[in-house]
Design a protein around this ligand. Structure first.
Ligand code: C2E
Ligand code: MG
Ligand code: MG
Length: 765
């Protein structure tokens, strides 16, 4: 049997060793980057004073030394308890709602420390009594009534900590339970050991070994522990249930394990693993085992039964870097691929016609152009004439049918070398090798296209613009812009359906760009100026003039409006030109205030002006600026302005009248004249174009129409002006029919302002 001396030495040795271990662990934990490191370090450091206290107790030869040991032990235990609480909350990540009542605990433990120190005065907590054993003196503890308080405090805290670990053990997922369970069991064990020590009244507190070991265990579990066994089990469960097929091979590429998915894929049983490699090769072809990593995508089957797989092989080495085996995963991507394909199809194809969308169509052409083959291509623009009318006459559904059927019509004669798509709205694009383009066939198939819906049949007129690519062409949208532009040259829309972008058109485009670029300068330098064409009354007397734009171009010379007005009407620049013309007219009228106060000037207003400017206030302010009478400035509008937002336009015309302007309707009879419009339209004068009457073969009819229009204007109280009067006969006949005003070459052609002034002065004489 060991004697006390031996015990003394043995326990001193063990405690010193544990204290040393705790010190090292605390140091390492403190330096660890883990967040729990500080809590572990604190716990391990806090365990040293009670341990040290016990070391003193064991070795104490005097009463004072023994008391010092006990104080160190008891007070140390309190500090340890605080560190334990801190560690527990860090280990169990106690946050949020379940905050540790740390203040209460500090207060409790602090109070207990003060209470313990009071023992120095009152001696009501403990004392020590010497025991003689084998010639040596030991000091064992003599607890008194006050000891209960210390023990209750300490055991409550230990109990609470145990409770927390118990809850964590129960609540945590299986894989982490172990981490809490170990601490739980250890703590219960230490607590019981402590309790045993108290009851045993042994002078040597063996439970300190448990407490010290707990500090080391806490360090291990916090810093190094990973539930490897459970992790292993979990990983193998995951691998078995994986949606991917997984095969593990030995270094000789014999399959040693496969998950369920793998067996299903290879249609083998768990016992046929040696056949796996062979089966895999049958299905997917060669699988490269030799590389460290190998990946491949395979398509199996065809058509609707097509399946997509991605294969990944990884080798792994043992610790001596020798090949230990490899594993292969096979993922069935079919569903994903199908989704991607469907998505891609949807984004690349027009949902109505199933043709390529414009973006994708252009993309395909770019690709084709990059192939650099020697083929010559045509970019073809297909446009349905008056498509809006189809929607208006029938309905949107019929309009959709027309688009679908025309798309089918296009599709039906395309070779695999053609690319075609819907450019948007009612326009389609075709990219076709030049040698495949047969104008007659295209004309026959497309230009007079019949849309059928049940019994309804409707002929739609289709215009086709063709642009031949040059070798340098790479701007796809530009090609189709040019093909589109070619369509604008179709003037006889019922007989001509195909138009080509040629040199002439190219030059015209360049010309249009050139004159558009120089418009501002032409206005500033008065290259563009008004010519005045006299307007006469029934007696042949000049009563006013129409201002007509002329451009005296530095290169081209004299230019009639036909060569520039349509260009500016198209690009909207007509506003600038018209404002200039209005200003010129006002300036002339200002000049005439003395010499020709009764003469008026009519100015033209393009329908586009109404889009881009507030015509009424623009002209009104000019009249004010030049201080002239609005009655002297007449406003010529055409009935086409009524095609959009007629009600709004009527209001504008009425406003002109209110301000004192005379509103004239120009070119009456040349457009979509509706006599009905006359009923509501606020106009003062109708300008009837002789051209539209003379173009008809049936002279008698023309005359009848003219006569009746003139009678109508008289009865409605609207003034009448016939323009394009070229002969005396015409003039006399029109007078006899009741026309009040005349304009035409019979009187005079449009002329420069000074000439007009002379002409008017002569007339007045
Ligand atoms: P418009 O307003 O109908 O002008 C009458 C056109 O008929 C003028 O052509 C005039 O020269 C022409 N004309 C007059 N009498 C006769 C005739 O006896 N026989 C024939 N064959 N023609 C005659 P012009 O000056 O070439 O103008 C053509 C059109 O250009 C004008 O038709 C007008 O719509 C437009 N235009 C002219 N100047 C302007 C302008 O400053 N602004 C706007 N927006 N359009 C203008
Ligand atoms: Mg006019
Ligand atoms: Mg006219």
């Amino acid at each position: 049997m060991l004697n006390y001396v031996d015990f003394r030495i043995t326990f001193s040795f063990i405690y010193t060793l544990i204290a040393l271990g705790l010190g090292i662990c605390a140091f390492m934990a403190y330096r660890s980057p883990k967040s729990i490191g500080k809590a572990v370090a604190l716990l391990d450091i806090a365990l040293i004073p009670p341990l040290f206290g016990n070391l003193i107790i064991i070795g104490a030869h005097t009463r004072t030394l023994a008391l010092t040991g006990y104080y160190s032990y008891f007070i140390g235990m309190n500090i340890m308890a605080l560190a334990l609480v801190n560690f527990t909350s860090a280990y169990c990540s106690v946050t949020g709602k379940h905050k540790t009542p740390i203040k209460t605990i500090i207060f409790l433990l602090g109070a207990d420390i003060i209470h313990l120190l009071l023992n120095l005065v009152f001696g009501h907590i403990f004392d020590v009594s010497p025991i003689e054993a084998q010639g040596a003196t030991y000091y064992s503890l003599v607890p008194k009534i006050g000891m209960h308080f210390h023990r209750i405090v300490l055991f409550s805290i230990m109990g609470a900590t145990i409770a927390i670990f118990l809850v964590m053990t129960v609540r945590m997922p299986k894989i982490y339970k172990e981490k809490y369970l170990v601490i739980l069991v250890t703590m219960i064990f230490i607590t019981l050991w402590q309790a045993f020590y108290i009851f045993s009244q042994s002078p040597i507190n063996r439970s300190m070994i448990g407490l010290g070991s707990f500090g080391l265990l806490a360090y291990y579990l916090s810093m190094n522990y990973r539930p490897l066994k459970l992790l292993d089990r979990m990983l193998s469960n995951i691998a078995s249930d994986m949606p991917e097929a997984l095969f593990v091979f030995d270094p000789n590429f014999n399959c040693i394990w496969s998950n369920e998915t793998g067996l299903k894929l290879t249609q083998l049983g768990a016992k046929d693993l040696e056949k796996v490699s062979e089966r895999l090769e049958e299905i997917f072809g060669k699988i490269q085992h030799s590389d460290y990593a190998w990946e491949d995508n395979k398509v199996i089957g065809s058509g609707k039964n097509e399946s997509y797989y991605s294969l990944t092989l990884r080798s792994f080495n043992d610790s001596s870097q020798k090949l230990a085996g490899s594993f292969l995963t096979i993922r069935d991507n079919t569903e994903e691929q199908n989704k991607i394909r469907a998505e891609l199809y949807r984004s690349n194809h027009d949902s109505l016609t199933g043709l390529y969308t414009k973006y994708c169509f252009y993309e395909q052409i770019y690709k084709k152009l990059c192939e650099n083959e020697k083929t010559q291509y045509y970019a073809i623009f297909v446009d349905i004439k008056d498509f809006k009318l189809i929607n208006d006459i029938f309905n949107m559904a019929f309009g959709d049918r027309a688009l679908i059927q025309l798309a089918d019509g296009i599709r039906s004669f395309m070779s695999p070398r053609c690319i075609y798509g819907r450019l948007g709205g009612d326009t389609f694009g075709i990219f076709m090798p030049k040698e495949e383009f047969k104008a007659d066939e295209v004309d026959k198939r497309l230009s007079n296209f019949i849309v059928r819906d049940g019994k309804v049949e409707y002929h739609i007129l289709v215009h086709i613009g063709v642009y031949e690519l040059s070798d340098e062409d790479s701007d796809v949208p530009m090609m189709f812009d040019r093909a589109h532009l070619a369509i604008s040259t179709i003037s006889d829309e019922y007989n001509t359906h195909i138009a080509y972008y040629d040199k002439k058109l190219r030059e015209k485009v360049l010309w249009d760009q050139k004159i558009s670029a120089s418009l501002a300068e032409a206005i500033d330098t008065m290259q563009i100026r008004p010519y005045l064409q006299p307007i006469a009354d029934a007696n042949g007397k000049v009563i006013g003039a129409e201002a007509l734009a002329r451009w005296i171009h530095p290169e081209r010379g004299f230019m009639a409006p036909i060569s520039f007005i349509p260009v500016f009407e198209k690009n909207g620049m007509i506003v600038e030109l018209d404002k200039h013309m209005w200003r010129c007219a006002c300036s002339i009228l200002q000049k005439w205030k003395n010499d020709f106060p009764d003469l008026f000037i009519s100015v033209n207003i393009s329908p586009k002006d109404f889009y881009f400017t507030d015509v009424v206030s623009e002209i009104s302010s000019l009249v004010k600026e030049y201080d002239i009478s609005p009655a002297n400035l007449r406003i010529e509008i055409t009935e086409t302005i009524m095609m959009i937002d007629a009600e709004e336009k009527m209001k504008l015309l009425a406003k002109f009248q209110e301000e004192g302007f005379i509103v004239e309707m120009d070119d009456f009879g040349s457009g979509y004249s509706s006599l009905n419009l006359l009923k509501d339209m606020p106009v003062d004068v109708l300008k009837i174009d002789m051209k539209f009457l003379s173009s008809t073969d049936n002279k008698n009819r023309s005359e009848t129409i003219l006569r009746n229009i003139l009678r109508l204007t008289n009865e409605l109280g609207i003034g009448s002006l016939t323009e394009g009067v070229e002969t005396k006969v015409q003039y006399e006949k029109l007078s006899e029919m009741g026309c009040k005003m005349f304009q035409g070459y019979y009187f005079a052609k449009p002329m420069p302002v000074d000439e007009f002034e002379a002409f008017a002065a002569k007339g007045a004489e």
